[in-house]
Design a protein around this ligand. Structure first.
Ligand code: ZN
Length: 250
């Protein structure tokens, strides 16, 4: 991008370069800003929203603690980040102008509708980005056919187990269900011991990727194992239920 701009305005100076809300943040000396340069910056910014900050692979917007970051699904998993998708994510991530900012802007002649329009635009962008992130995550999960093969059962049995709440699945855009691998005791070709009881804790929770993150993240109360690893080792199911029920994230 630097070369692109320099070719238009050789003497331009960068006054700000960084990342804000998962988007490349870049400002140049306003005196140097032409329409052509503005287009180059807008192009790079929209590219940065789809580029992992770690490996530059195709990426989506994730939430890690209080921050929004642009990550590929692999690095999101590695960092324990989950797709930015809930209203709370958006409300915290999108900066709201303070009352004083608004009063000043209004007195300067900015129409009040500009604030609503900007907020709506930001909300739509975040919802779109989070839906993309969820779809990316689910695309790496197992299909019903994969699960049938793993468990050595017909596909109809897999669907029945899902409907009974004995298997965990999310629904992809193509309408098919996707099953994360953490719920299986793969060597023994069966669901994890206690899975049905654990899934009951999440009943009604539609944050599919968030549930997955809770099951694969490590817990101090579980000897620094993930809930999935704990169950796979045949350790007491009650300890997992207790950890999940006390979790602030539920
Ligand atoms: Zn990455």
């Amino acid at each position: 991008m630097d070369c692109d701009i320099a070719s238009v305005e050789p003497d331009y100076r960068i006054t700000r370069l960084g990342e804000d809300l998962g988007v490349l943040d870049f400002e140049i000396n306003p005196g140097d800003l032409t329409d052509e340069i503005a287009d180059i910056i807008a192009g790079a910014q929209s590219e940065s929203t789809g580029t992992c900050v770690v490996c530059a692979d195709r990426a989506w917007l994730y939430r890690q603690g209080d921050w929004l970051v642009t990550l590929c699904p692999d690095h999101a998993r590695a960092r324990g980040a989950h797709p930015a998708r809930t209203d709370a994510d958006i409300a915290e991530a999108v900066p709201r102008p303070t009352d004083r900012d608004v009063a000043f802007a209004l007195s300067a002649g900015v129409p009040a509708s500009a604030f609503t329009a900007q907020a709506e635009h930001a909300n739509r962008a975040y919802l779109r980005a989070s839906a993309e992130a969820e779809e990316a995550e689910l695309s790496s999960w197992l299909t019903a056919t994969d699960v049938a093969c793993l468990l050595g059962t017909p596909t109809a049995a897999v669907n029945r187990l899902r409907r009974q709440g004995s298997l965990f699945a999310g629904r992809r855009r193509n309408g098919r269900y996707a099953y994360p691998t953490w719920q299986f005791d793969c060597p023994n070709r069966r669901p994890l011991p206690g899975l049905h009881a654990v899934l009951a804790v999440f009943a009604g929770d539609h944050d599919i990727v968030g549930v997955s993150a809770l099951m694969t993240g490590t817990w101090e109360q579980l000897d620094d194992l993930s809930a999935a690893a704990w169950l796979a080792q045949g350790r007491p199911i009650d300890a997992v239920l207790e950890a999940l029920e006390n979790s602030e994230q539920l």
